[in-house]
Design a protein around this ligand. Structure first.
Ligand code: NAP
Length: 306
């Protein structure tokens, strides 16, 4: 029972690898760099999937909210191809396998849904994907994951919100300012903040791999919806610090460029309707428990049996 994971060396991927191993699976990471437990993308295109591969996961992608990288055409191309081309390579390997895996689970993002102050988006909403660069990227990313239906491979797409976890991503960037009492809301703070704890996004992927009834689109967000202000107050509260220094929107527009800063300054209210209906049980369904875990100095690594 081997699961092949494109991008499995990253923040979410390393949680998924641990979770799958705790549940009796072997894992093989597809990476740009060779190493133990890894193959490279060129190995994959040359040799295909290994024997005994029961599931394939696609979650590679260049971090686009990197303040050190300017939002140039060249960087946008990297952001695009690091998701679309890697997903295509995995989909091709799945389609060409003599004995295809049972399931292919691929990552996408809530950027598919257009930011709106009142609209609620479940997986059933098909009115997304064509309003800016990132939304068009989610469409191309999801399309890249298609495998011919005659191959009988179960297909799941997870549209992830902002992933919260102590070791990386947003929490790692804001931990120190919040710890020093220098945190605050972003812009008006009224924008929706679609979030999920890293243990749950990894949990949803593992659940999709292990359960034959799971197919189609799943929203990878927690059941409790929140605004940026809700998050700011809750995270600062769990750190027992004030959060009275709002950061004006223009700072983010200046650092990231307007197109990219929109991800932070505007948000979507996303509901994990199908994820819950299909039976996934969240470890951190509410902001308080997730922020409490993220506020700890050393992250907890509880064993999560699926
Ligand atoms: N973290 C979030 O808040 C969040 C939210 C929504 C969606 N997502 C998506 O979920 C996926 C996993 O997120 P993550 O936070 O775990 O990502 P991550 O740690 O930043 O990166 C995942 C992996 O992608 C590979 N990668 C990075 N740049 C690449 C490039 N230019 N070309 C090919 N591969 C590249 C790297 O693997 P190697 O170095 O081994 O090649 C890396 O370990 C990403 O696709 C991300 O877009 C994340």
């Amino acid at each position: 029972m081997t699961v092949v994971i494109g991008g499995g060396s990253g923040f979410v991927g390393s949680h998924l690898v641990r979770l799958l191993r705790d549940n009796g699976f072997k894992t093989l990471i597809v990476s740009r760099s060779p190493g133990p437990g890894r193959i490279t993308w060129s190995n994959l295109s040359k040799d295909g999937l290994p024997e005994g591969c029961t599931a394939v996961v696609s979650m590679a992608g260049e971090q686009f909210l990197n303040p050190l990288r300017r939002w140039t055409d060249e960087f946008k191309k990297t952001v695009w191809s690091s998701r679309v081309e890697t997903t295509k390579a995995l989909a091709n390997a799945v389609a060409e396998a003599d004995k295809p895996p049972k399931v292919f689970v691929s990552m996408s993002g809530v950027a598919y849904y257009e930011p709106h102050p009142t609209m609620e988006y479940t997986e059933e909403c098909s009115k997304g994907g064509d309003y800016d660069f990132l939304s068009r990227l989610t469409v191309a990313w999801e399309k890249a994951a298609s495998v011919p239906t005659e191959k009988n491979v179960r297909h799941v797409v997870v549209r992830s919100g902002v992933v919260l976890g102590r070791e990386s991503g947003m929490i790692q960037q804001i931990y120190l300012p919040f710890f020093l009492g220098l945190g605050g809301r972003i812009g008006s703070g009224q924008q929706w903040f679609p979030w999920i704890h890293v243990q749950d996004i990894a949990g949803i992927f593992a659940y999709a791999i292990m359960n034959d009834h799971v197919t189609g689109i799943l929203n990878g967000v927690a059941p409790q919806t929140a605004t940026n202000l809700d998050f700011t107050k809750t995270f600062a509260g769990e750190l027992r610090r004030p959060a009275v220094f709002p950061v004006p929107g223009f700072v983010f527009n200046w650092v990231y460029g307007e197109e990219r800063a929109k991800v932070i300054l505007e948000g979507q209210k996303v509901i994990p309707k199908r994820t819950l209906e299909l039976g996934y049980k969240f470890v951190y369904p509410d902001l308080k428990s997730a922020c409490n875990e993220c506020s700890k100095f050393s992250p907890s690594k509880p064993e999560q049996k699926m």
